[in-house]
Structures are given as structure tokens and as C-alpha cells.
Design a protein around this ligand. Sequence first.
Ligand SMILES: [Fe+2]
Ligand SMILES: [Fe+2]
Ligand SMILES: [Fe+2]
Ligand SMILES: [Fe+2]
Length: 407
Amino acid sequence: MQIHFNDLLYALSLALDYVESELTGVKPFHAERVAYITVLLGRAYGLADSVLLSLAAAAVLHDNSLTECISLRWQPRSEQSLMNARPKDFPAALRSHCFIGEKNLQVFSFYPSIRNAVLYHHENADGSGPFHLHSADTPLLAQLIHMAHLLDEHFILNQATIEMPPINSWLRRHTDHFFTRDLAAAISSLFPTLSPEDLTDINIRQQLQKLLPHSIHEYPLTEIQNVAVLFAHIIDYKSHLTCTHSADIAQKAEQLGHYLKQDPETCTKFYLAGALHDIGKLTIARTILEKPDRLTKKEYTIVKRHALASWQILKPITELPDVVEWAAFHHEKLNGTGYPFGKNAAQLSVNARLLCCIDIYQALIEARPYKKVMPHNQVIRMMRAMVRNGEIDGPLTEAINKCFLHQ
Ligand SMILES: [Fe+2]
Ligand SMILES: [Fe+2]
Ligand SMILES: [Fe+2]
Ligand SMILES: [Fe+2]
């Protein structure tokens, strides 16, 4: 598939920012600012562009395990308070956060060049981090991500102002504790050369793209599928009530694609669209997504906003406009009663209708707190009623009936 791999990750990392923001209050585009600062630091240390490209991918994904850790019942106070704690107080959960985040990246082809960068991204220079590694034993790439994360967490870098006196005094205060003298000196020389506008929410992605070689390559479908699997899990871990929804939809959309004799690339795109369709749910508070009862009208209105949020997160992936459309239109109906745009039959491609039908099928067969698992035949009866009502596609409903009859 022809794609700029890092661009795909940058776009999706915005969803990770919502998760990290809900937990620790980081600002939007945190992941991309961390990547930007990390790459600039890496360049100051003389790293080659090929390594920097992988480092940028690791940096935008540095906190990829947060929803998975929440699902393991980790309720952090904040990363900052964890870092101020004495070594013996570090919860094992912070180690899990690093360990799982590292493990999730091992499937990617860029992994060998960033090995251990995420595993040790919370290590402090004095050995007071979660794995008690001193700076001499911590990989440089991990130290760079750690420094960039701390800076973006402590300072408001997204509002076109960089005030050096407070940054310098913070660097002096924490030298030899959080980071090495050498790294503090690198930041002191780097920051005065930055244009503050480059770090703003509106500019950061473009600046990050400009920093590194930016060409489109043919990527193996398995590599794209690995991104889809990672994000499907990140989305699904957000709510244990729908804990395999995205992964199941990805798998069923791909399976239906094969059943309909679509080519392998289109089937992978179905997988990707299925995995990402509910990415906007990462913007919705967990208290609502995890509510064990039926939602109130107001709460339902809030949940419905996830479809627009999916569209906003995915639309910058300009190389895959079809995937973006299929994913973001999954709540649109042929008779115009869907959301977020109220599109009609003429505006909904067959493949967009496919994602909508699979989403309905999967939601109906899944158990929810207010409903039990529904058998296939009953689901198909309900979907045929929706076809008669002009909401969803008839031939696709019949294809779903045949394709999943014996599952
Ligand atoms: Fe982290
Ligand atoms: Fe972070
Ligand atoms: Fe949805
Ligand atoms: Fe869904």
C-alpha cells in the first residue's frame, strides 16, 4: 500500500493525546510535540535521518499503553506525582505501562532501531525511575523521549511562547536527577533556536513532517495491519464493556471483503477502517463509556459525538481517503437519518455502507450491560427491518447473513 507510514502514526497519535490528557492533563498534540523535540535532540546528538524517522514513530507512540493499563485497573494520580515519589513508592503499574508500550511496538519493522526506547522512557538519570536504571545504562533514545515528554508536560509550549528563564531554572533544578547535564545543555542550546510558532497545535504536524525525509513508500499490508491492530486494541481497552468491538469489526469487515471477492488491498483497507471506525471514542470520558446502565439522552448525545471525532482524527490521512470515509461514515444511514453528517444513499459508497452494516451486526450480537448476546438469525431479522425502513443496504445485509451464518 502506498503510504507515508509516519504520517499515519502522527494522525492517529492525536487520539492518544486525548487519553493522556484525560489522565494527566497534557495538551493536544502532545505526542507530536514530543516527537518533534525528540528528533531535534536526536539530530543534535548526530543521529542519522533513518534512525530519526524510527525515533519519531516511537516518540508519537511513547504512551500507547495507557488505555491498556487503565483496563488493568491502573488509576495513576499523574505521571508527575509518580516521578516525584521515592523509588520504593513507584507502583509496579508504571513499569507495566513501559513494558506493555514497548511490547506493542515489537511487531513493527522499525522496532530494531528503537529497541528499549519506550521501555525506559520514564527512567531518571539518578536511577529513581521505574526500572532504577542510571543514565549510563539507559539508551540515549529513551532519554530523549523522556526529556521531551517532561518538557511538554511542564511547560505550555503550544501557545507560541517559549520563555527561557523558567525552562533554564527547571533544567538546573532537575539536572542529575531527571536528566543528565549533557541533555540539559542540549535543551538550553536548542530551545532559543526554535520558532515558538512551530510548536503550536496548528503547525506542529507540518513542522514534524518537514523535519524528516518525507516520501511515500510502498508498505507491506502486514505493516499497515499491525497499526490497525495496535489502535483497535487501544480503542477497545478504553471501555471494557465493548472490549473487542473494534478488533471484531476489523476482522469481520475484512472477512466480508474476501467473501465479496474484493482484492487483498481493499480487504486490508476494510480491516483498517473497521479497526479505526470508533477512534473518536478516545475523546469521550470513560465515565460515560463505562456506565453500566442505559445512557441518559444527554449522555447518548455526547457518545454520538465520537463519529465526528473519528472523522476529525482520521481526515488528515490524505493517502487513504476511502478508509477515512468508510470509517467515519459508519453511523450514516441511507435515508439521511444517521450522523454526524446526515448523508443519504447517493452520498454513501457501497464500501461505506459495508462498514455501517458490520457495525450494526457486531453491536447487536455483542453483549452489553443492558442486553444479552443476540443470536445471528434474530440480528438478521432486525437488520432486514432496517432495510425495509430505508436505513441500511439490503444486498449487504444478505451477504452478512450468508458470510457469518455459521460463526
Ligand atoms: Fe509514559
Ligand atoms: Fe507523554
Ligand atoms: Fe461508532
Ligand atoms: Fe462501532
